[in-house]
Design a protein around this ligand. Structure first.
Ligand code: SF4
Length: 311
């Protein structure tokens, strides 16, 4: 990378090609923690071969409750060459027969993903790209790398910037996250287009992780989506928050979500007219998903932990 890095809203300007690192500490090569078939995503993202996940190390946010802290904060993983990244993508498509290329937190590495992907695409090897993001994105970057978002799997985590700063050190998250959602919906449509096998080919899934003490923000975000985009958006309401990493010492992040909090959000999703998507069962080890509406087939997978070990 031979220019100052401005890929995410932080716009650090780090000269990564010269060895500098910015807020996310990403370097000048794709750094990958795990890769392989993943069965814990929403049903239309998972076939018998799984979702072809590539978990990139480092992150542009710093959530005190991060379940992925070994690689998102501490940077565990391995720097790989462009050729090796390309080989991973080839294996996921051709050998593992995954449903998609699921790029998890790809933003600091988008230029490398492009370099890796283009020769494969020229060979005719192609899966839908899932852009799996916290929502903390820059519109200019999304536009430049739009080809890597066939399906957006996008969090909307906060509706108050004070919370985003306190919990994730992410100033301006609310504006950035909502702008990201709008951009995805404008480009990909507010629904989810499925292929003949019921797998997501194009569209948006918005993940709403209910946070302890902040159920009101999840509800505000659902209201915002319904008003500003559409209640056609597939929402995935998630109950799986567990206090991890630094959250164990900080209230209210040091507890799980109460059933009342969770039910409030799930009911709001129905009240706002969302008929597409999923709500996780509350008493089910957070590993199952009930359909919000009748417009989807359950498929093979279920919403689950994103930290599941990959083979
Ligand atoms: S991707 Fe990383 S280095 Fe680039 S602007 Fe964002 S935080 Fe800074």
């Amino acid at each position: 990378m031979n220019k100052p890095c401005e890929l995410c809203p932080r716009r650090c300007g780090a000269m990564r090609g010269e060895g500098e690192t910015g807020f996310c500490r990403a370097g000048n090569a794709p750094r990958i923690f795990r890769w392989g078939p993943h069965f814990g995503e929403e049903p239309p993202l998972v076939n018998a071969g799984g979702s072809g996940a590539i978990f990139f190390s480092r992150c542009t946010m710093r959530c005190c409750y991060c379940q992925n802290s070994p690689w998102s904060w501490r940077g565990e993983g391995e720097d790989v060459s462009i050729e090796r990244l390309r080989e991973m993508m080839r294996v996921l498509a051709e050998d593992k027969k995954c449903a998609n290329w699921n790029m998890v937190s790809p933003t600091p590495y988008l230029p490398f993903i492009r370099e890796a992907a283009h020769p494969l695409l020229r060979e005719g090897i192609r899966l839908p790209f899932v852009f799996n993001t916290s929502g903390y994105e820059r519109r200019e970057t999304l536009e430049e790398y739009a080809e890597f978002a066939d399906v957006a799997l996008c969090d909307l985590r906060y509706s108050q910037n004070e919370t985003a700063i306190a919990a994730s050190a992410a100033p301006g998250y609310v504006e950035a996250g909502r702008d990201t959602m709008k951009w995805f919906a404008n480009r990909l449509g507010d629904g989810l287009a499925l292929d003949a096998n019921g797998l997501a080919a194009r569209g948006v899934i918005c993940r709403i992780l209910v946070l302890p003490g902040h159920a009101d923000e999840a509800i505000e975000n659902l209201a915002w989506i319904a008003t500003e985009i559409s209640s056609n958006v597939h929402v995935s309401v998630m109950s799986q928050y567990t206090p991890a990493f630094r959250a164990k010492e900080i209230a209210p992040w040091n507890r799980t979500v109460s059933e009342d909090e969770y039910n409030e959000v799930a009911e709001a999703a129905a009240d706002f007219g969302f008929a597409n998507g999923w709500v996780q069962g509350f008493d089910s080890n957070h590993a199952d998903a009930a359909l919000l509406g009748e417009n989807m087939s359950p498929g093979e997978g279920a919403v689950g932990e994103r930290t599941e070990n990959l083979p």
